[in-house]
Design a protein around this ligand. Structure first.
Ligand code: UDP
Length: 396
């Protein structure tokens, strides 16, 4: 129930949402992305689409299809855009184009407003029939591998506007309006709502964690950008000084074929460490994720590249001390020394893990600040309001 959010963000925010939605009630709206589950984009759409419908909007969500070759190509694009280095499969551009054509025949594109999420379905714009198109970019495009960026950018001018998550991703080589809209979490979802202590303990116990020992948690897909190996190394470094256990929790995403390889390397780094639980949970393990975040003493998000990092706000909402990599959208969430700690390397992460375990009062204060920072900035109602404003803008 959308009205329930007024208890979190105030009634004015909900009134504003209904007012803007009223302006868009005659338009059909479509979201398109590349996976139904796994990763932040699917996480947000799963929550936002039903809420937008509650606002009286006519909203659909479609997921494009592809074979393993296509997702290898799109993952190589993703890495190329975020790291500046290209390692593309042979015939990458042809494979990409072929699947855009296949999807254009299967995804109905006769909507008034189409929001395309990330590069995977961006090429659908070539099959535009009508309406206003918005490209919602969730990743770091500040220093891309230019051949891939130019391949995509050629099509961007056909869009009516684009949205990025933080000002540092803004580009001076696109000629459409760029809006800055950070993502958000849903405080009322199973993943983020308050759950009983007994549930937390039951789940941690089930995964063989020691209920009396400080717990370091990182929740992330097995992706080099999340630096799982660095996270394990930081744990091992800290463990030399303090008693500690770690849970690294990941799950597969259908559009990420690299997961298995990264998992294996992470497992090799963790092998022989009896205090590390490396878990691969099925998608939709929201209650478990909630329990790991709630039960954590410290949450780590050791990313070396990050679009936004919903996991950071999820943990901050639970008043956790979060240590995050200084990259992408993480510094929007973590204000160093105020709402958490930002780090640049493994040594930094280990330092703040030790510091936070030794200074629980400081960790508690930062955790409390963290929750208020999320309430003020990263709740789904603000995010929806800003999307609706862009939609109102493009439809004039
Ligand atoms: N997530 C999950 N299970 C996992 C790993 C991640 O449910 O095993 C969720 C996580 O809680 C968050 C989302 O997937 O809601 C990841 O979003 P984020 O922005 O942190 O990273 P992305 O995967 O989109 O790069």
């Amino acid at each position: 129930m959308i009205e329930k959010y007024s208890e979190i963000v105030g009634e004015d925010e909900i009134d504003a949402l209904f007012k803007i939605a009223a302006k868009l009630k005659d338009f059909s709206i479509l979201h398109v992305n590349s996976t139904r589950a796994g990763g932040g984009v699917a996480e947000i759409l799963n929550r936002m689409v039903p809420l937008m419908r509650e606002l009286g909007l006519n909203v659909d969500w479609k997921v494009i299809r592809g074979d393993n070759d296509f997702f290898k190509v799109t993952k190589s694009f993703h890495n190329a855009l975020q790291t500046g280095q290209g390692n593309l499969p042979e015939g990458a551009f042809e494979t990409y184009n072929k699947w855009q054509e296949i999807n254009s025949a299967e995804v109905p594109l006769d909507y008034d407003i189409i929001m395309i999420h990330d590069p995977q379905p961006l090429g659908l714009i070539d099959y535009k029939k009508k309406g206003k198109w918005i490209w919602r970019c969730h990743i770091d495009i500040s220093n891309p591998y230019m051949p891939v960026w130019e391949f995509l950018n050629k099509r961007l001018s056909k869009f009516n506007s684009m949205i990025i998550s933080t000002p540092v991703f803004a580009r001076n080589d696109v000629d459409i309006p760029q809006f800055i809209i950070p993502p958000s979490i849903d405080p009322l979802s199973i993943k983020n709502k308050k759950i009983p202590d007994s549930t937390v303990r039951r789940i941690l116990y089930k995964y063989e964690l020691d209920l009396d020992k400080p717990l370091l948690v990182q929740i992330s897909r097995f992706d080099y950008a999340k630096d799982p190996i660095g996270a394990i190394r930081a744990f091992k470094m800290a463990k030399k000084h303090i008693d500690l256990q770690m849970a690294y929790v990941g799950s597969p995403a259908t559009d990420d074929p690299e997961g298995e390889e990264v998992y294996k390397k992470t497992a090799a780094e963790a092998s022989g460490e009896k205090d590390i639980r490396l878990l691969m949970l099925p998608p939709y393990s929201d209650l478990e994720i909630n329990a790991f975040q709630t039960g954590a003493t410290i949450v780590l998000q050791k990313s070396i590249k990050e679009g936004f990092g919903l996991t950071v706000s999820e943990a901050m909402w639970k008043k956790k001390l979060v240590i995050g990599g200084r990259t992408g959208g993480i510094p929007l969430q973590i204000i160093h020394n105020i709402t958490g700690y930002l780090v640049d390397n493994v040594e930094g992460a280990a330092h703040y893990i030790i510091h936070s375990i030794r200074n629980p009062d400081i960790a508690k204060r930062l955790g409390e600040n963290a929750k208020e920072h999320v309430r003020n900035n990263f709740v789904i109602t603000r995010h929806m309001r800003e999307y609706l404003m862009v939609m109102a803008y493009v439809t004039g």
